[in-house]
Ligand binder design. Structure first.
Ligand SMILES: C[S@@+](CC[C@H](N)C(=O)[O-])C[C@H]1O[C@@H](n2cnc3c(N)ncnc32)[C@H](O)[C@@H]1O
Length: 260
């Protein structure tokens, strides 16, 4: 399998028991579009709409439409989808009950939603590195967490998502816990491949918005934030094998009832 195809397969990571055919899928907070492009390649007769605050640079195939849209503002379409996918969107949503109500409204009866959220912050499998004093990556994770919390973001969505999905009227709700290694340090070939993709995504993400994500931090100066981000990049390029970083996630799948 080519590296690109393998990346697509891993990039997709779908947990929902979807029917063989779906007319349309919505991916909210699509980032680079990697998931939307992979699922569209696998389902050429499905129309995939992928939204984000900023548009991916990739030119999409005919069954993918990238739309610039803030998920917390009115959505620029009325259509109903068979499936809504949101991976690692947690830091972009202030009001989960309203967001989930809107997702439910935009699902066809019997349609599914899948939400992936992380346990904060990143962790190190090496106990000596699993603390802010010993690791720039972990220190940066705590700094982002403080900044997000000060701007009204729930950094622990994974602890509340089950109740919120229930309150929003979803059924067949399930939670699965997964871990993604960051970098190629896992025991199996598959873990190392997932780790390589996670590292690539995380390094790119930190390079783009690593400083900005700490915007509301109470004490760090801009110079200290820049220094911390340089330390994170160094950690990710030099200390991956020694510190064995990973991110722990919960994946929630839930269905809109068929009868409404
Ligand atoms: C950590 S990235 C995950 C990207 C992608 N879902 C993935 O798993 O590869 C989070 C993405 O959510 C987007 N985002 C954050 N808040 C958003 C909002 N209110 N509406 C739409 N997208 C948002 C960010 O721009 C970013 O691209």
């Amino acid at each position: 399998m080519s590296q690109y195809a393998e990346k697509q397969r891993l990039g997709k990571s779908l947990f929902t028991p979807l029917p063989e055919h779906l007319d349309s899928i919505l991916d909210i907070g699509c980032g680079t579009g990697v998931w939307a492009l992979a699922v569209a390649a696998e389902r050429p007769s499905t129309q995939v709409i992928a939204t984000d605050l900023t548009l991916p640079k990739t030119l999409p195939p005919s069954n993918v439409k990238f739309l610039q849209s803030d998920a917390e503002q009115p959505w620029p379409f009325d259509q109903k989808f068979g499936f809504i996918h949101c991976r690692m969107l947690f830091s972009g949503i202030h009001d989960w009950p309203s967001f989930l109500a809107r997702c439910r409204e935009h699902l066809a009866p019997g349609g599914w939603i899948e939400l992936h959220g992380p346990y904060q912050p990143y962790r190190a499998d090496n106990p000596a590195a699993n603390k802010a004093e010993a690791s720039s990556l972990i220190k940066w994770g705590y700094a982002c967490q403080e900044s997000w919390e000060r701007s009204g973001i729930d950094c622990h969505t994974v602890n509340h998502q089950m109740d919120r999905l229930r309150a929003a009227g979803f059924e067949n709700i399930e939670e699965r816990r997964v871990t993604w290694p960051i970098g190629e340090w896992g025991d199996t070939e598959r873990e190392r491949q997932i780790g390589a993709i996670t590292l690539e995504n995380l390094s790119g993400f930190i390079g783009l918005v690593g400083v900005q994500l700490m915007a509301n931090h109470s004490t760090l100066t801009l110079a200290q934030k820049e220094e911390l981000v340089s330390g994170v990049q160094k950690d990710l390029s030099e200390n991956i094998h020694e510190n064995r970083y990973y991110v722990a996630l919960s994946v929630f799948t839930a269905q809109k009832p068929l009868d409404n």
